[in-house]
Design a protein around this ligand. Structure first.
Ligand code: G1P
Length: 290
């Protein structure tokens, strides 16, 4: 049985929807409650069994890498002042987990960013987590739900897995949308379940959308996706789209979608980000009070 232990987190976007907050701070480091948004995404990956995380970024994103590294000087200062508990809380990353960063080079799209991680991922099958999407850690169990469920399913049948969730009509045009053989086979029970997918349409108009099942930003890929990405031409927006390579993977090997459990928050869009901040802060303040 092959276990998924590697994950790619693309962090190369400029975060134009989050200006001015993201002008000098990477959007991935903006707070949700008392942690930067990407903290929760990395915790989610680790809970699902990931040991090697590859961030794909550029020069202005090195603060993200620093967040996951030990700051020896700060650590020493805190311990000299008898603040050992605070120092320990900063070193929360488990010893057997590695976070590394590689640069994308040119901003040629999400597919290109995932392909940039190939030199580190090598021959492994791997997960991809888009950090704009933060899954609710308060009402789901990250060790069994969503990404963990997808990894388990992949381990059993070797089919790549893509997390989807139904979105409102007005949001369909913002996402990759799944086309199922039979859209009715999905019931909206709040549980993870896998279905065969026929294809995806990237950011369609509502009228052209094959369903309202949107790609949430969690993927488990067999290593073959790299070969398809390497052969994918730039399409929508002059970018190499991950969705195009997935379509190629579907026609050769078959791909499953997994329905999402719980809620997700878009931390890459100002309005949703503010709502997410309030939700995370409220949950944590409530936790402190009890
Ligand atoms: C990307 C994907 C899209 C997916 C979305 C989730 O788009 O291309 O299929 O639905 O993430 O957030 P982006 O939002 O990076 O334009």
């Amino acid at each position: 049985m092959k276990k998924i232990t590697h994950a790619v987190i693309p962090v190369a976007g400029f975060g134009t929807r989050m200006l001015p907050l993201s002008k000098s701070v990477p959007k991935e480091l903006l707070p949700l409650g008392n942690r930067p948004a990407i903290h929760y995404v990395v915790e989610e990956a680790i809970a699902a069994g990931i040991k090697h995380i590859v961030l794909v970024g550029h020069a202005q994103k090195s603060a993200i890498e620093n967040y996951f590294d030990v700051n020896a000087e700060l650590d020493n200062q805190l311990r000299q002042k008898d603040k050992d508990a605070l120092a320990d809380s900063l070193n929360w990353l488990p010893e057997d987990v590695t976070v590394s960063m590689i640069r994308q080079g040119k901003p040629l799209g999400l597919g290109h960013a995932v392909l940039a991680a190939r030199p580190i991922i090598g021959e492994h099958d791997f997960a991809v987590l888009l950090p704009d999407v933060v899954l609710d850690p308060f009402t789901t169990d990250m060790t069994t739900d969503n990404l963990a469920f997808m990894i388990e399913a992949f381990t059993k049948d070797n089919h790549s897995q893509i997390l989807v969730n139904e979105v409102a009509d007005e949001d369909v045009h913002k996402y990759g949308i799944a086309q199922l053989r039979d859209a009715n086979e999905i019931d909206q029970a709040d549980t993870n379940a896998s279905f065969k997918v026929v294809g995806f349409v990237e950011k369609p108009n509502l009228a052209d959308a094959p369903s309202k099942l949107a790609v949430v930003g969690r993927y488990v890929f067999s290593n073959q996706i790299f070969d398809y990405l390497a052969n994918t031409e730039a399409s929508v927006g002059g970018e190499i789209q991950l969705t195009d390579a997935i379509d190629a993977l579907i026609s050769k090997y078959g791909v499953n979608v997994t329905t999402m459990r719980g809620d997700s928050y878009d931390a890459g869009d100002m309005r949703s980000y503010m709502q997410a901040f309030i939700y995370f802060a409220e949950q944590q303040l409530r936790g402190d009070a009890s």
